[in-house]
Design a protein around this ligand. Structure first.
Ligand SMILES: Nc1nc2c(ncn2[C@@H]2O[C@H](COP(=O)(O)OP(=O)(O)OP(=O)(O)O)[C@@H](O)[C@H]2O)c(=O)[nH]1
Ligand SMILES: [Mg+2]
Length: 233
């Protein structure tokens, strides 16, 4: 019998301060947009059907609220597209599409691709082409891009058992590399998370990964906003 290859690195390859949820949460609550003329930073969330987009949005909300919320309706595990309208409180209108030069506040400052860690290897070529196309358009607009790799628990049993193994699991790193190769996004813009999906209470370790991903997104988006404000000056 062949010896089993080691499934874990000796040390985590990315540092995570697991006990620091409160600090991270406070930092995010204190976050300020870099331009006085912009109230909110818009980010665009895209991804394959059932990749976990709605779940990620809910998970961010859960982490802040300290309880399970469900503003974005999540699909039961099926193969069909579930979310038909994204933000019912603030839907885009035909007027939005007619605007040729959006104001700073109407522009999007980060493209967030949501990909299921257990789905990346089986992703349809057509879907990959679509995601790449969106990415190219975002690059033309100098919009930075990140990948939120969801469903890490489904991709690696070690991580399912203990989320703190997310950066020692070889499987997870392999999946992140696959995402990076497939979509051309560098590893330092890829963030693995486990979304809330069956839990009835929040969990600090899940929250840390979710808030860390959000922290990176808002900082990357804020830097992009700063760049475009300075080019407006
Ligand atoms: N185990 C596990 N399941 C997850 C995770 N994230 C999402 N799910 C499940 O995956 C399924 C799809 O999640 P959704 O959030 O509805 O995905 P979506 O990208 O919004 O899908 P559409 O709206 O159809 O495009 C649901 O059954 C979720 O409960 C995760 O991190 N781990
Ligand atoms: Mg959805």
């Amino acid at each position: 019998m062949q010896p089993q290859p080691y499934k874990e690195f000796d040390k985590p390859w990315r540092k995570i301060h697991w006990g620091e949820k409160k600090n991270l949460e406070m930092k995010l609550r204190r976050f300020r947009v870099s331009s006085q003329n912009v109230r909110h930073i818009r980010i665009l969330v895209v991804g394959e059907i059932a990749g976990g987009k709605s779940s990620f949005i809910n998970s961010v909300n859960n982490a802040f609220q300290g309880r399970i919320t469900c503003n974005a309706l999540v699909a039961a595990a099926s193969g069909t597209s579930f979310t038909k309208k994204f933000n019912p409180a603030n839907p885009s209108t035909s007027k939005d599409h007619d605007r040729h030069v959006p104001s700073l506040g109407d522009q999007t400052y980060c493209l967030v691709n949501i990909i299921g860690a257990d789905k990346i290897s089986r992703m349809d070529n057509k879907v990959i082409e679509k995601i790449r196309y969106i990415r190219e358009k975002a690059t033309e607009l100098e919009m930075p891009q990140v990948i939120i790799m969801t469903r890490v628990d489904e991709a690696c049993p070690l991580v399912k058992e203990d989320l703190r193994k997310v950066y020692t699991s070889k499987k997870i790193k392999e999946k992140m590399q696959e995402c990076s190769n497939c979509l051309g996004v560098p590893m330092n813009h890829i963030f693995p998370v486990k979304n809330y999906h069956e839990e009835i209470d929040t969990d600090d370790d899940m929250d840390i990964l979710i808030l860390k991903a959000l922290d990176q997104i808002v900082n990357i988006a804020n830097d992009a906003l700063r760049r475009s404000t300075s080019s407006f000056d």
